[in-house]
Design a protein around this ligand. Structure first.
Ligand SMILES: Nc1ncnc2c1ncn2[C@@H]1O[C@H](COP(=O)(O)OP(=O)(O)OP(=O)(O)O)[C@@H](O)[C@H]1O
Ligand SMILES: [Zn+2]
Ligand SMILES: [Zn+2]
Length: 807
């Protein structure tokens, strides 16, 4: 008899990072399963927790009882619970944080629980009160339902499939409601009586609609009525006035792609290159072999088709697939390729969806209504139970690493899941991360190469322009002569242009020309970003906002103005020098509204603009046949970020954006403007030479003792008092020196590149090591030791076992 449940409670502290035992109430014993969430008493509160195990007995006396289950079916299956342990080991996070990150955010927010009646035909079996509730609504609040039926009855029937339990996030934010016209009586007979008792007869049109409701006695929308009766709105409202109908709003099932039609595509005959690349993948699928394939295919080599046909094989075997793409390239273009091939079998998860939409997509996965998930990082936790492949497109992207707790990398989770499911992982990129390529070179990953573009199309020719020379020869514009001439040429030929402003770690700021003051955030050590539309200055770390000062706060000069070649400024300049060009601008400002990203790209795809101007968000994934020119306005700004990966990032960005040109029949050209033309990132990008870049960069990494030669761990220590931060950081560093191997390097403590965020000073200790078995224990000891100070004094110590941002 399972009498006792072990529960991980939702209190993220060191003391609670272990299961607590609770008694299962007798009437719930048959409903409760491992992986469900429950409400339990904890101290004098009621909190959430996850059941991780059952026990016959407990060593603890006076156990409390579980108050109620929150789920009808487990939200975490056995595998996901295991992944939770894996995450908590690997990233040193609390278990509860690991479980939470695997669930859609709607399940973490405050919500109401509803029931919907799935088996309509059985409505007669319902207890009377409940029957009435369902008569009027297609969903009933759980609390209301409990007034008419015992809780255990509701759970039992839900498990039998009579109801479905739905969680509705309480915030009104993004709910989609639809207006229904509802009969005001309980049944048709009363409806007819009520009509007969009306003082005046119905008009012919009203009569028609009345009959419509008699025939189908349930709530209808205007649209539903108008499928049979035209111009129904006015008479419907008249029937409301006359008391036969009432208006009610219900929420709709939200499918973000519901009104989109996808033309079905068929598999393309593969080229020889694609054939060579896919066959070991298909073999691994066939033989249920885990293993990692690194698909290194140049831009436009047809990697997507390799993914699609691998997935087809997986589906043929009755299994499921996860495809991760970077958030920013979750463009409709990418999504369409999967939807067009696999139709309704595809669920899409990205940050543009509302909480409710995300939850709906997640439920489709859980209920096995879909077989393929295309999504950003967190889609790696899709609750599939029969995975046949995991694909990570643009595997070099930093966005696969989560910067918050739990600080996991989706690639690591993918590999862990592939071992459980005995399925392959495919990492695809034209510019793989150094770490992955090094593993492939060592034979840890299986390297697959596609070094030619589709249909013998050449990679675009790349011209490097030294902007220092331009300036010397008197060109003060932001466009070099070469780029400007080519832009004129393309506009005349009605071909399209992509202009990228490399803004990594760089944005418009306000500076005083007299005293040099840059306006900074009062809470954070970072310059405020200028937003032209609102004429405001904003902090990207803490959200601080202020209007732009008209005089310098330091010296009172009125020569204060905004700097930085922001996209807005380029747009203005284009308006002056190429007034005939139609420009679409894409940056954080123009894409902040839901769906705007996709609208802008669609417009560009339809040829409604000559120039697509944007930040690095336009560098990836776009596949438009008419783009024949790519211009990069400032190749170097990403080179000067204090990060050992800045050369790699620059090379990747330049190669990716170049890859947008000349992908189909028309040949492509690229112009890269730079102040450091001699830099190897720029030079190797010019020749599309990944291999040479790799070799050179590996040499640099070896010299600097950076990954992939060394592993890194970064500890951040934050507090309002700078002396206190420093002394804690000192203690941590010297403790580590006493514990770790002599071959491990401990750098710091040092002030972080961003010294202050949200009024907290930041110090860091960086650990570089090849192998250090004592490291996890030493780190855990540090966390234990400072635990009290963290809670009491607002100290924060964060540990990142694989940092991608060293700021
Ligand atoms: N076997 C094939 N036959 C004909 N066309 C193909 C084939 N495979 C792919 N294509 C087409 O080639 C183009 C480039 O393919 P795709 O976009 O997949 O490249 P990619 O390798 O993902 O490039 P990037 O890394 O730049 O995104 C697409 O328009 C695609 O439809
Ligand atoms: Zn000044
Ligand atoms: Zn700030």
């Amino acid at each position: 008899m399972r009498r006792i449940a072990s529960v991980i409670v939702d209190v993220p502290t060191l003391q609670t990072n272990r299961p607590f035992d609770y008694i299962i109430p007798v009437d719930l014993i048959e409903h409760i399963e491992v992986g469900m969430r429950v409400v339990v008493p904890f101290g004098n509160r009621h909190i959430q927790g996850f059941i991780v195990d059952f026990k016959e007995q407990s060593d603890v006396k006076n156990l409390k009882e579980i108050i109620e289950p929150m789920d009808v079916t487990p939200v975490l299956n056995k595998e996901l619970l295991h992944l939770g342990d894996f995450l908590s080991e690997k990233t040193l996070c609390f278990k509860i944080a690991a479980y939470q990150v695997m669930l859609p955010p709607a399940l973490k927010a405050k919500y109401d629980k509803y029931l919907t009646l799935v088996q309509q035909e059985k409505s007669n079996e319902l207890p009377d009160g409940l029957k009435k509730l369902f008569f009027y609504q297609n969903r009933v609040n759980w609390k209301d339902a409990e007034k008419f039926a015992p809780t255990s009855y509701l759970y039992r029937k839900a498990r039998e499939g009579l109801f479905e339990v739905i969680y509705e996030v309480k915030s009104q934010g993004n709910k989609k409601k639809v207006l229904y016209y509802v009969p005001t009586t309980e049944n048709v007979t009363e409806f007819q009586t009520k009509k007969d008792q009306l003082p005046k007869p119905l008009s012919p049109k009203q009569e028609e609609i009345y009959q419509f409701f008699v025939n189908e006695f349930k709530p209808h929308t205007v649209k539903q009525v108008e499928e049979q009766i035209s111009n129904a709105r006015a008479p419907l409202n008249a029937l409301v006035d006359r008391g036969l109908l009432k208006k009610e709003e219900y929420e709709q099932y939200r499918d973000p792609y519901v009104n989109r039609e996808f033309e079905r595509t068929q598999p393309l005959p593969l080229t020889d290159d694609q054939q060579k690349a896919i066959s070991p993948i298909l073999q691994a699928i066939e033989e249920n072999q885990d293993g990692v394939f690194l698909l290194n295919g140049v831009t436009g080599s047809g990697k997507t088709e390799v993914y699609l046909q691998s997935i087809q094989e997986v589906l043929n075997k009755g299994k499921e697939a996860i495809v991760l793409v970077p958030e920013i390239s979750l463009t409709p273009q990418m999504v369409n390729r999967f939807k067009s091939r696999f139709g309704d079998l595809v669920a899409v998860l990205h940050s543009g969806l509302s909480l409710g939409e995300k939850y709906d997509e997640w439920r489709k996965i859980q209920r096995k209504e879909v077989k393929v998930v295309v999504g950003a990082r967190s889609a790696i936790f899709a609750p599939f139970e029969n995975l046949g492949i995991i694909i990570i497109d643009e595997e070099h992207e930093n966005s696969y690493k989560q910067e918050d707790v739990p600080r996991y990398h989706a690639r690591d989770v993918a590999i862990e899941r592939s071992k459980i499911h005995n399925c392959p992982v495919v990492l695809g990129s034209a510019t793989p991360s150094l770490e992955s390529f090094a593993r492939a070179q060592k034979g840890v990953y299986h390297l697959l190469t596609m070094d030619k573009r589709m249909n013998q199309v050449n990679l675009p020719t790349v011209e490097i322009v030294d902007m220092r020379e331009e300036l010397k020869s008197g060109n003060r514009s932001m466009f070099s002569e070469q780029l400007f001439e080519k832009m004129q040429d393309r506009i005349a030929k009605k071909e399209q242009i992509v202009l990228m402003l490399n803004r990594r770690g760089y944005s418009a700021f306000v500076m005083c020309r007299d005293c040099g003051l840059v306006v900074k955030c009062p809470n954070c050590d970072i310059s405020l970003t200028y937003h032209k539309v609102t004429d405001q200055l904003k902090c990207h770390y803490c959200g601080f906002e202020t209007i732009t000062p008209k005089v310098c706060p330091e010296c009172n000069s009125n020569h204060i103005r905004y700097f930085g070649t922001g996209t807005q400024k380029v747009e203005e300049e284009l308006g002056k020098v190429l007034p005939e060009a139609r420009v679409i601008r894409m940056d954080v400002d123009t894409t902040s509204r839901k769906g705007s990203h996709e609208k802008l790209l669609a417009a560009f795809g339809e040829g409604k603009a000559d120039i697509l101007l944007g930040t690095q968000m336009i560098a990836k994934g776009l596949d438009f046949p008419n783009i024949t020119l790519v211009g990069v306005l400032s190749a170097d700004s990403s080179l000067h970020i204090p990060d050992f990966r800045s050369s790699e990032k620059t090379f990747q960005l330049l190669t990716q954006v170049s890859g947008r040109a000349g992908r189909h029949k028309l040949p492509g050209e690229v112009v890269i403007q730079t102040y450091t033309p001699e830099h190897y990132s720029v030079q190797f990008a010019k020749n599309h030479d990944y291999l040479q870049f790799y070799q050179y960069e590996m040499m640099m990494r070896k010299r600097g003792q950076y990954p992939p030669f060394y592993y890194l761990t970064l500890i951040h220590i934050n507090h309002e008092n700078v002396q206190y931060v420093y002394s804690v950081a000192e203690k941590i560093a010297s403790f580590l020196r006493s514990q770790l191997s002599p071959t491990t390097h401990i750098l710091g403590p040092a002030a972080s590149p961003i010294v202050k965020i949200k009024n907290k000073y930041r110090y860091q200790v960086l650990i570089k090591y090849k192998q250090d078995p004592n490291l996890p224990t030493a780190l855990k000891k540090i966390i234990h030791h400072f635990h009290r100070d963290q809670i009491k004094h607002g100290l924060t110590i964060s540990v990142d076992m694989d940092p991608y941002s060293l700021m």
